[in-house]
Design a protein. Structure first.
Length: 143
């Protein structure tokens, strides 16, 4: 069984740089058990964040460049054309690109660590949950 989700930037970056739950979700994507949908707006944000100086030490520890990590995460994602725009839903309007992507991709789960998204809990048919909750709900399926 394959699951489809949208994952926000902070969870994806966490999965690239550390070995916690988000890392396991990226492994599921590598194993083709998880389809991660994304948009060009989200990829642009990931690229920008991977080049923040505060992450350079963690990137250097992996003996890769920011660009190599970006290519790695981009290769794990399925890029879609966003054709449904969400506006006026989040207190932080920058987060609405994740809802727009999830709606356009017709996925039922948006995985996030962002408090503005998580406080919504649901938007239309999209559940908004943490990486830990998603992992716990599905770990038996992929063990």
């Amino acid at each position: 069984m394959t699951l489809s989700v949208v994952i926000d930037t902070n969870v994806l970056i966490s999965g690239l740089l550390w070995r916690g739950t988000p890392f396991h979700l990226l492994k599921w994507a590598e194993e083709k058990n998880l389809i991660i949908y994304t948009s060009l707006d989200i990829l642009a944000e990931i690229y920008r964040v991977l080049h923040y100086p505060k992450f350079q030490q963690y990137i250097n520890n992996q003996h890769v460049s920011s660009d190599e990590l970006f290519a790695q995460v981009a290769a794990l994602c399925t890029i879609i054309q966003v054709d449904k725009t969400v506006e006026g839903v989040c207190t932080d309007t920058d987060d609405e690109k994740f809802l727009s992507c999830a709606l356009s991709a017709n996925v039922e789960v948006l995985i996030s660590g962002d408090k503005h998204l998580l406080e919504l809990e649901q938007y239309q048919f999209i559940r908004i949950i943490t990486a830990q909750k998603f992992y716990k709900e599905n770990v038996d399926m992929f063990s």
